[in-house]
Design a protein around this ligand. Structure first.
Ligand code: NIG
Ligand code: FE
Length: 411
């Protein structure tokens, strides 16, 4: 049996308490001083505090001294578009001259530019590039992440992207949950025929992706100039009938009903929500849909920040993720997202931790496995170059992850 002991943990902080599969609303955190944690065969066997060591500590094969630092659960990255061809740094001058995100998309750039590059990229190219991103994420403290398709918008490329994620999930220490996002934009060959494109997704791609176990979730970009309420609803109804759990990119720029639909359809999470209104908030609160807030995207787009405090007050579970993608958030640094959550959403350190661990874990159907440190869960944790969570909210621009442990192995 492979056992790992992490000892001399100055502060072990983790969300606790009962949580539904849809997320935890309160930010209750357990804080243990002078703690230790024993992981056996990848699973947490015992957590102790106040200088007491776990009962089988002496038999541990590997011992790591946390040197009095903070230990938290491994971070859970709940929203990325990490498989893509090329980059879009060429949009920077356009942005500086005042072109909006949707202006660039309407002119055939933006997502459609990445679609051209992703269609042209081989499986191997996409695999290697994404593998590099996973390494980078893990070095920053992420031990489980979500990844979406959506830069193919045709059968072969959507499947290629999902196959890349599937192979990386098997090969890389990161646990990856895949989301099919065929409804990410209207491809050039369907210009002016969004309804027909939705029909194609419903008839060809959704059933294939489900049958081949390529994704657990389906997602749609409900936005002006992309998919409207009715088109999104049709796609999500097909997805639900195929057995997918649902996510919606909604109210990023304009509130056209996406967050209302998320509640109506019982979506597990709803993403962005910068422009969410009272109706959307009420619908999500009623359904228990997790708000996947993406503050680094707000930062990069120069947009407003989602009303995260109000969401918490209304009982909506708040998660935070990077939204890593080549257009609206070219950063995969979840530590920076934590800084923004504190500075821009005004979330407290314990709310921040909940928002990057158990809540996103629940939003990708992994809350029973990861997202907290407790007996029986996966031994995924981070030893930080910090004495407490306050320090993680405060220092920005540096990588404070000292050691990252995935399923009891140092990575
Ligand atoms: O979540 N908003 C839609 N999709 C991504 C951006 C994709 C892109 O610009 O390439 C997002 O921000
Ligand atoms: Fe996104």
């Amino acid at each position: 049996m492979a056992t790992l002991l992490v000892k001399n943990i100055g502060c072990l902080q983790t969300p606790v308490g009962s949580y539904s599969h849809k997320g935890k609303q309160q930010a209750e955190n357990l804080k243990l001083q002078n703690a230790a944690i024993l992981i056996e065969d990848g699973i947490i066997k015992e957590i102790t505090s106040d200088g007491i060591l776990p009962s089988e500590a002496e038999d541990a094969e590997t011992v790591i001294d946390a040197e009095g630092n903070l230990v938290t659960p491994g971070l859970v990255e709940g929203h990325t578009h990490m498989v893509f061809g090329g980059y879009r740094q060429n949009e920077i001058p356009l942005k500086l001259k005042g072109a909006g995100y949707l202006d660039i998309l309407r002119a055939g750039g933006g997502i459609l530019d990445t679609v051209r590059k992703t269609r042209a990229a081989s499986f191997e190219e996409l695999y290697q590039k994404t593998e590099g991103f996973l390494d980078e994420m893990m070095g920053l403290g992420v031990t489980t992440c979500e990844g979406k398709s959506g830069y193919g918008l045709d059968f072969d490329t959507e499947v290629k992207m999902l196959e890349v994620l599937k192979k990386l999930n098997a090969d890389h220490p990161m646990d990856i949950v895949a989301t099919f996002m065929g409804a990410h934009a209207i491809p050039e060959e369907y210009k002016g025929r969004a309804d027909e494109f939705i029909n194609m997704l419903c008839e060809e791609l959704l059933p294939y992706v489900k049958e081949h176990g390529l994704a657990e979730f389906a997602d749609v970009f409900t936005e002006d100039s992309v998919f409207n309420y009715e088109q999104s609803k049709k796609y999500l109804e097909c997805a639900k009938a195929c057995g997918f759990d649902l996510k919606i990119h909604a109210d990023e720029i304009e509130a056209i009903g996406g967050s209302v639909l998320a509640g109506e359809m019982g979506a597990v999470s709803c993403e962005h929500l910068i422009a969410i209104n009272e109706e959307g908030l009420t619908s999500m609160a009623k359904a228990g849909t997790t708000a996947m807030c993406l503050p680094a995207t707000s930062f990069y787009l120069g947009a407003d920040f989602a009303p995260a405090r109000k969401m918490i007050e209304m009982g909506i579970p708040v998660a935070m993720a990077s939204d890593f993608n080549p257009g609206s958030c070219p950063s995969l640094n979840l530590q920076f997202v934590m800084n923004l959550g504190c500075l821009k959403y005004k979330l407290l350190p314990e709310e921040i931790l909940t928002a990057v661990t158990i809540n996103p874990a629940c939003a990708i159907n992994s809350g029973h496995l990861v997202g907290t440190l407790e007996q029986g869960k996966q031994g995924d944790l981070v030893i930080w170059n910090a004495p407490n969570m306050e320090m993680l909210c405060y220092r920005f621009g540096s990588n404070l992850a000292l050691q990252v442990i995935k399923k009891g192995n140092l990575v």
